[in-house]
Design a protein around this ligand. Structure first.
Ligand code: ADP
Length: 216
């Protein structure tokens, strides 16, 4: 399958789309946010440093991100195709990524931008809860994927929690960072001729639109 880079504002639907593609096409899902959250749990000064950057909604330094990403891309499960969710987030990262794929002999694939309204993003972030055990994502505000009980996962009975950066203040920082640092990537990939847009408001529609690109 073609490798996919997803570019979108926070909570635009990258994780949801990725999990549908993992289920249906066996893609490897590489979320730098997930890699960083995992690394932030380590009881070391590096873990603590990452944890603070995440909490404030700031971008984590490139050196840390590149190291985690390169390690992840060296695993075998990516050979069937992988989705990059949350990377690259800046032009510098996009340039470095090209060196990484050259070194590891990987293809760029397609770059997909999810278009989602600002108000939708805010509600998704402020109402988002996740399962500690299986990672399932629910929302207590949008009316989509409402958990039956706001503390318990419908799927596995695990405990639901909120990400430390899923509050209005952090969202504002993350959104501004997106506009300033990540959005310019759209032009960069457009010039390379590998860019496509899909609508991120509705789950099934998103899947349909990306499938057209994958089978093209
Ligand atoms: P969202 O896209 O909803 O903000 P993510 O899980 O993709 O959620 O990212 C959460 C946080 O992880 C970001 O706010 C940032 O601090 C950090 N992060 C993720 N990917 C990167 C990256 N490529 N470069 C720097 N920081 C990153």
């Amino acid at each position: 399958m073609k490798n996919i880079i997803l570019i979108a504002a926070p909570a635009a639907g990258k994780g949801t789309l990725s999990s549908m593609l993992v289920d249906k096409y066996n893609y490897a899902h590489i979320s730098t946010g997930d890699l960083l959250r995992e690394a932030s749990l380590e009881k070391t000064s590096l873990g603590e440093k990452i944890s603070n950057m995440l909490k404030n909604g700031e971008l984590v330094t490139d050196e840390i991100v590149f190291e985690l990403l390169e390690k992840r891309l060296s695993k075998n499960d990516i050979k069937n195709g992988y989705i990059l969710d949350g990377f690259p987030r800046t032009l510098e990262q996009a340039l470095e990524y090209e060196k990484i794929i050259e070194k590891l002999k990987l293809e760029l694939g397609i770059v997909v931008v999810l278009n989602t309204e600002y108000e939708t993003l805010k509600k998704r972030i402020v109402g988002r809860v996740l399962c500690k055990k299986c990672g399932a994502v629910y929302n207590t505000l949008t009316g989509v994927n409402t958990p039956k009980n706001e503390h318990i996962c419908d799927k596995c009975g695990g405990e639901l929690y909120k990400r430390s950066d899923d509050n209005e203040e952090s969202f504002k920082t993350r959104y501004e960072t997106y506009l300033e640092k990540t959005k310019p990537l759209i032009k960069y990939y457009e010039d390379k001729g590998s860019l496509f847009f899909i609508n991120g408001e509705d789950k099934e529609q998103m899947l349909k639109e990306i499938e057209v690109l994958l089978h093209d």
